[in-house]
Design a protein. Structure first.
Lengths: 144, 501
């Protein structure tokens, strides 16, 4: 077993994102209305929703999409699939945190869906990554 | 992958171990067709050289690859040094096909307690990170991570069980194999199956049990565990490895509860009045159906603190039910509690949901106990409401809490957890150790609350309370910061999901 990490690790960037991924996503189905979607975002105080066709995720709705829909004068009963972001950028759950951050900065996005063996298993947000120092898993019980 | 899991052989004198049983077990191992053998510790009775020699001679009959780890008995008499000489590495990683087994020594010299210190914890964490995409991840350690039923008083605990549990769950470990308490027990906690083996050949068994072992089969779809006893009896459980990650279908919200703990109301610096008042406003705005206070209402059970508490708590414009912590009933608190807040075992029912309080506190003690008589009474009350959503609340924790030293404060935590999980209770709410935590054990969601408004709290997110929303199709739990109102998701779980498929 590798003995290099004798002390608490303060540099987390090479670790896989698995530890910090929120492995539960709140979603709506494609036929839900924009109003139903926004109601869910308000109910759970969240900034993004996964849009699913059956059980398959097909898009994402974020705060920005909602603002754009309102600005464009779209009606509240429009199906979410008309306003969702498609062509999702996903990231594998074993990707190092550094790579996930690079992808988000290059693509100028704050949310990425997380996959494991091709299935969507969670979401990672910029805030999760900013919070890593707070979420750091450590134990302070004794050295040995 | 087939794993033969045994534990607690206790090789020693005839009064300590059943030699014939161990020989028969070794034959069973070689006939089982297993790919891997894991012995989760207490190989010897007393860590003596003669015992290690004998154990090595016996265990060398195993034909399959074997991972053997030390337990507290092996660490007696300077035995950890001998373990390395006769058995092998006390901690390590072994890869077999698409499976990684990470084992750590949780024993230390001349103590029955358990501990995985910083160095070993970081080794374990690094190994889990390196094997993030390995399809089957197994952790083996001697000491139990969660309380075990029918093993007597909860003791000899893993000091940092909360941190270990947090690491295991966030790393999506598939199996955790342990021993130590000489009683077999299996839980699925979130996506991880925790298997505690009974004693393989130790003469000391509990609750009238006899020697046993586990045969574990795991593939891409399921984990299957067969516990086999030497008297020929067998119990099998199967768990699906498929999990739901996207929640769209919540249905109607049927109940909203807020859970708080350790308000620590007083006129001293331990109480943070602004945190408390902001939280009161935030909670009022959420319009919960019920507020559950899981103990630690006052700093001490003295009239001054109770007078302030009565005044501060009158700010809540929602129904509140209470259960005491030890500090609430110290000094005159036993009388003051009854005067200000009513009976000790409080309950709430609206016909569709039942919140049943269990007073686990004792005065002048941090420790708690429910006891077999009271547990039976609670189970009877729960059984009398078969159609209700059922929640039980008490002060003491039944799962270990991150960033705190697990002390086994609730004497009968093992029995209480097992009985409530078996009764398919929907929620267990606790309020010890001032750090939020939530995980589902079987079909039961166990939620611990941080301190609402005390300087004595452990979370880097700050003081908080929990929002528990029960929908027709799911339960969603958020931690909400007391001062600023920032939310953090603790978990969402499908309702009525079966833990064993």
């Amino acid at each position: 077993m590798n003995m290099n990490s004798r002390y608490p690790s303060f540099s987390e960037l090479n670790k896989p994102i698995r530890e910090v991924v929120t492995k539960r996503l709140i979603g709506v189905t494609t036929d839900s209305s924009l109003q139903e979607g926004v109601a869910k975002m308000v109910e759970f105080t969240i900034s993004s929703l996964v849009v699913t066709d059956g059980t398959d995720p097909v898009g994402l709705i974020t705060d920005t999409d909602v603002k754009r829909a309102v600005a464009d004068g779209l009606p509240p009963d429009i199906p979410v699939e008309k306003v969702m972001t498609t062509g999702l950028i996903t990231v594998d759950i074993s990707t190092p945190i550094r790579e996930a951050l690079e992808t988000m900065s290059q693509q100028k996005i704050k949310h990425m869906l997380v996959t494991e063996q091709g299935d969507i298993v969670g979401v990672i947000t910029l805030r999760d990554l900013e919070d890593i120092s707070r979420q750091r898993l450590e134990t302070y019980i004794s050295r040995e | 992958m087939r794993i033969f899991h045994l534990s607690d052989t206790h090789v020693g004198s005839a009064s300590d171990f059943n030699k014939g049983t161990l020989y028969r077990l070794l034959e069973a191992i070689n006939e089982s067709g297993c790919d891997l053998v894991i012995h989760s510790g207490d190989v010897t009775q007393g860590g003596r050289r003669t015992e290690y020699k004998r154990a090595r001679q016996m265990l060398s009959r195993i034909e399959a690859p074997a991972v053997i780890l030390p337990g507290n008995h092996d660490a007696r008499s300077g035995g950890l040094h001998l373990f390395e000489e006769y058995i092998g590495d006390t901690s390590g990683v072994r890869e077999i096909g698409d499976t990684a087994v990470i084992w750590v020594n949780s024993a230390f010299a001349d103590s029955d307690q358990g501990r995985v210190g910083m160095v070993k914890y970081n080794m374990m964490r690094r190994a889990l990170n390196e094997h993030s995409d390995t399809s089957i991840k197994i952790i083996a350690l001697h000491h139990h991570v969660v309380p075990i039923p029918r093993a007597g008083r909860e003791r000899n605990v893993l000091y940092n069980a909360g941190d270990i549990l947090d690491l295991i769950l966030s790393s999506d470990v598939d199996l955790v194999l342990s021993g130590h308490r000489h009683y077999p027990n299996i839980y699925r906690i979130e996506n991880t199956v925790f298997i505690n083996a009974g004693a393989a050949s130790a003469t000391k068994t509990r609750y009238g049990d006899v020697n046993s072992y586990n045969l574990v089969d795991i593939d891409a779809e399921r984990q299957h565990v067969a516990t086999r006893w030497v008297d020929g009896s067998q119990r099998e459980q199967t768990f699906s490895r498929r999990r739901r990650h996207v929640f769209s279908d919540f249905g109607r919200r049927v109940f909203r509860a807020v859970q708080v703990s350790n308000s620590y109301i007083s006129d001293g610096r331990a109480f943070l009045p602004q945190h408390f008042r902001n939280a009161v406003d935030a909670i009022s705005g959420l319009q919960p159906d019920l507020l559950v206070h899981c103990g630690g209402i006052v700093r001490e059970g003295i009239p001054q603190d109770y007078d302030i508490a009565a005044r501060e708590l009158s700010r809540f414009n929602v129904p509140v039910i209470y259960t005491p912590a030890g500090r609430d009933i110290n000094y005159l608190g036993y009388h003051l509690y009854a005067t200000h807040f009513g009976q000790f075992d409080q309950a709430y029912s609206d016909g569709a949901i039942l919140f049943q309080g269990i007073s686990s506190a004792q005065y002048d003690s941090h420790e708690g106990i429910v006891g077999p008589t009271e547990r039976r009474a609670v189970l009877d009350q729960l059984a009398a409401a078969p159609e209700h959503i059922k929640a039980v609340f008490l002060h003491h924790n039944v799962l270990p809490i991150p960033h705190s030293r697990e002390k086994g404060l609730l004497e009968d935590a093992g029995d209480l957890l097992r009985e409530l999980v078996d009764a398919n209770v929907d929620l267990i709410l606790t309020g010890t150790s001032s750090h939020p935590f939530a995980a589902r054990v079987g079909n039961t969601v166990v939620i611990n609350a941080n301190s609402l408004s005390s300087v004595y709290q452990r979370s880097l997110y700050g003081n908080s309370f929990n929002l528990i929303d029960i929908y027709e199709g799911a339960i969603a739990v958020f931690e909400i910061n007391s001062l600023w109102g920032r939310r953090r998701l603790l978990g969402i779980w499908e309702r009525n999901n079966q833990s064993s498929d």
